[in-house]
Design a protein around this ligand. Structure first.
Ligand code: ATP
Ligand code: MG
Length: 439
């Protein structure tokens, strides 16, 4: 049995977090649970982020009510998950996640059917209820285990989270290796929080990293996809990629992606800028970027007896299938990737027919953005990128004229230039070559 830790109670005067900083929906959820006689606290990222002066992504509530009890209490609520059961309480489109206090995995339990381990120590199911103190020690990082009571504005800290927060340190609760064996995804969470919070990783995490990276193979690919999406949407994907690229994590998650690919680095920076401006980001675009070199190499090495579009489709399938074994790529995103790749030769061709087809394509914008990114990172497609950029400054009529002008309008000098360029194009860029017959 792990000893029950004693808790430190901090008043608002000491921690500076007041209830008016908490979202009204989260306050309502806590109050309703309390009124029904349960314990309830805010916990996790929201407490951590508010203490750091950042705005939380979401609000998590922890309670001693079981998921069924929570569901019965809130009219608009739903049980979610099997491996880790929680309740989503809805306020319009806003969701508050309510989780029941759980026990850690070092203790014996009478509810063994609700707790399942693989031989490796991996937690397969985690639905054994516990007390507040037990719930604190089963969480991942000390800074994620701070409980805020919005009624008397008090923080309960059982694991030294406050001191790690001021030291800006990410540290697992308990034994680092054991916690990573229980759930290797915690390593990816460490990478994300490090980038987002600008915290230092406990040296023990760095020591355990290579072994843990290998264990990511034990994780269902669908869960890894969710985690990788959190990377892309975090607004800190550049810093995250830098960490992946310089550790065994890159090979574990994206074996076909060159660690130094300038296209990837530029795309991550763009993505972070988009998130900062509150613009949407799609995992499809980043997957297209990440797998582009592999796709291009496969196309280059491909079966020359096939026609251009068949060879391209086969290369795309192979590149996507390899990644899909590690990280599930839902169909809508793999189709997005294919469309973006497929558009490239059409956009590059600078011929009226392919230009018209490209412009009408529902993924034109993403295809164009991809082309611009390629041009900006040294691929020989600047001319096409510049043409498409200027096209978009024109009105409907101007566009039609410009496209028509591609026909006869191509001056002989430019034609020659393009011919020369095609010949000198290096290996690895074949997929983008103008000679493709896709258009
Ligand atoms: P954010 O929501 O900003 O991404 P968060 O810390 O709130 O960060 P969530 O995924 O919302 O992360 O999880 C809420 C809390 O649940 C965490 O703060 C942590 O206490 C706990 N938690 C989540 N995932 C795990 C895990 N794999 N192992 C242990 N505890 C976890
Ligand atoms: Mg959260």
């Amino acid at each position: 049995m792990t000893p029950t830790p004693s808790s430190t109670r901090l008043s608002a005067r000491r921690h500076g977090l007041f209830r008016d900083q908490v979202h009204q929906d989260a306050l309502d959820t806590v109050e309703q649970l309390r009124d029904a006689g349960y314990e309830a606290y805010l916990v996790g990222g929201c407490v951590r982020d508010l203490l750091l002066g950042q705005s939380p992504k979401d609000f998590d509530v922890a309670t001693n009510a079981t998921p069924e009890e929570v569901r019965d209490l809130f009219r608009r609520s739903r049980l979610i998950g099997r491996r880790f059961q929680i309740v989503h309480v809805r306020y319009g489109r806003h969701i508050i996640e309510v989780s029941t206090f759980r026990r850690g995995h070092s203790e014996d339990s009478e509810q063994e059917d609700e707790r399942l381990h693989a031989d490796s120590g991996l937690i397969l199911r985690d639905n054994v209820w516990g007390s507040l103190e037990e719930d604190a020690t089963r969480r991942d990082f000390t800074v994620n285990a701070l409980y805020y009571d919005p009624v008397d504005e008090e923080i309960r800290d059982f694991v030294g989270g406050i001191s790690d927060l001021s030291a800006r340190r990410l540290k697992f609760i308990g034994d680092t290796r054991l916690r990573l064996r229980e759930d290797p995804v915690r390593l990816l969470r460490a990478v994300r929080f490090r980038a987002k919070l600008g915290f230092e990783l406990d040296p023990e995490i760095m020591e355990a990293l290579p072994d843990c990276a290998r264990r990511l193979r034990e994780i269902p690919p669908a869960r890894l996809f969710d985690e990788v999406c959190k990377f892309f949407e975090s607004g800190f994907s550049s810093a995250i990629w830098q960490m992946l690229a310089t550790t065994p994590l890159r090979a574990a998650l994206f074996p076909s992606v060159p660690p130094e690919d300038p296209l990837v680095i530029a795309a991550m920076a763009n993505t972070d800028a988009r998130v900062a401006e509150d613009k949407p980001v799609t995992p499809g675009f980043l997957l297209a970027v990440l797998l582009w070199r592999d796709y291009a190499a496969r196309l280059e090495a491909g079966d020359t007896r096939r026609s251009g579009s068949e060879a391209a489709a086969a290369a795309a399938s192979a590149a996507l299938a390899m990644e899909h074994e590690i990280i599930t790529i839902p169909r809508r995103f793999s189709q997005f990737v294919r469309d973006v790749w497929h558009l490239q030769p059409r956009l590059e061709a600078l011929r009226p027919k392919s230009a018209r087809l490209a412009l009408e394509h529902p993924r034109f914008r993403a295809g164009y953005d991809f082309l611009v990114l390629r041009a900006a990172t040294g691929e020989p497609v600047e001319e096409a990128a510049a043409w498409w950029t200027s096209l978009q400054t024109l009105g409907q009529e101007g566009r039609a004229e410009a496209i028509e002008a591609l026909n006869a309008g191509v001056d002989p000098a430019r034609k020659k230039r393009r011919k020369r360029k095609r010949k000198t194009r290096g290996a690895g860029y074949a997929a983008t070559g103008g000679e493709s017959d896709h258009g």
